[in-house]
Design a protein around this ligand. Structure first.
Ligand code: ZN
Ligand code: ZN
Length: 366
């Protein structure tokens, strides 16, 4: 696990907002372990290990229970106590002692091992899933969060700029993916978290894992990548072509480009999430490519690469200023080719802001 430099923001205010949500829902304790909910409230990310790390928020106290050997990693934010536990101590007992009350919401990514032990240690407590509590806090980003997403977006855009002048043919997908990763870190990310390089027929698989295939003249190449910047995620996709594309590919790409713009233009405050998906999908359907757009239009993004809100048929959630999400239509023709364009977009008071502004055209490379 790479150390992430979480920003120095007012975590105390976030914990207070969590307490307001807890009161509204009649919760006596909020228990957060692995995942992004804990760093959102404390600036500390739990190691995903068999040693328990758990933030315990009650109406009066907030405490981070952490393995003693990891305690030196904790940055004092002035708004929670730290209880380091030694190898011979029982962390579940310590958490149970801090909880009190009869109802507790627990982070969705907490290992079931610890939930089961807590249930055994505190049989009178009713446990629920903390997802909704945390979603209500995390979905709408504040100005500091949006600035980190903006800087993350600018960093991956610089990588795209460098890619546009690179030679693709003769390289394996894996070799190009390694360079994408290195450039993602060079441009300011704490860590590169994923890198899809899908060439030729492999591009028909949206989540293709780059392998040994050598990129050759006439290939399309979908590059989808991102990392974490001050804890916040970047995620962008651009499509490249080695040499000039066929007429069919060029025609499909212009429909895709129009669909991406239509999705972005549809986003804004008060708009229903599924309507944005539909606005983009209609463009591809009318151009005859609808059946090959096989995934939702987008996902929310923040401390997690995929989080609420999801832009998908059936999601009636209404967009509000501060929500951040991807707009990423694609066309995937099995065994032939694929293409995708992806930007991160933030809903603003009067519309939207694209956090990725690198050219969206089909980049012709050597
Ligand atoms: Zn992506
Ligand atoms: Zn994405």
């Amino acid at each position: 696990m790479t150390a992430i430099n979480f920003p120095d923001v007012d975590y105390g205010a976030r914990i207070d907002r969590a307490r307001t949500e807890m009161a509204r829902r009649g919760l006596d304790a909020l228990l957060l372990s692995v995942g992004s909910d804990l760093p959102y409230l404390t600036g500390y990310e739990a190691m995903p290990l068999e040693r328990l790390t758990m933030g315990v928020i009650t109406p009066t106290d907030s405490t981070l229970v952490v393995p003693q050997l990891e305690a030196p990693r904790v940055v004092d934010r002035g708004c929670f106590d730290v209880i380091p536990w030694a190898e011979t101590e029982d962390p579940v007992g310590i958490v149970q002692g801090l909880m009190g009350g009869a109802t507790a919401a627990i982070g969705a990514q907490t290992w079931s091992l610890f939930l089961v032990r807590l249930q055994q240690a505190a049989p009178g407590v009713t446990f629920s899933d903390a997802t909704d509590v945390m979603k209500s806090l995390r979905t709408i980003k504040d100005v500091e969060e949006i600035e980190l997403l903006r800087r993350a977006g600018a960093a991956v855009d610089r990588v795209v700029g460098r890619l546009r002048s690179m030679r693709f043919s003769g390289q394996s997908e894996a070799a190009l993916a390694r360079q994408v990763m290195e450039m993602t870190v060079e441009e300011g990310h704490d860590v590169a978290t994923f890198h899809i390089v899908a060439s030729g027929p492999n591009a028909a698989s949206p989540h293709h894992e780059p392998a040994g295939r050598e990129i050759v003249d006439g290939d399309c190449v979908v590059v989808d990548f991102g990392g974490r910047f001050g804890g916040y995620c970047s995620d962008t996709t651009r499509t490249f072509h080695v040499g000039e594309p066929t007429a069919e590919y060029a025609e499909a790409f212009s429909a895709l480009h129009a669909a991406q713009l239509a999705g972005t233009a549809a986003a804004g405050p008060g708009v229903v999430a599924e309507d944005i998906d539909r606005a983009s999908r209609c463009v591809l359907a009318e151009a005859g490519w609808g059946e090959w757009f096989i995934h939702r239009l987008g996902h929310g993004i923040g401390l997690d690469g995929h989080e609420d809100p999801y832009l998908v048929e059936g999601n009636k959630e209404v967009l509000q200023p501060g929500m951040a999400f991807s707009i990423e239509p694609g066309i995937y023709v099995p065994d032939k080719w694929g293409m995708r364009i992806e930007d991160i977009v933030v809903c603003t008071e009067d519309g939207r802001e694209s956090l990725n502004t690198s050219p969206r055209d089909l980049a012709i490379v050597e």
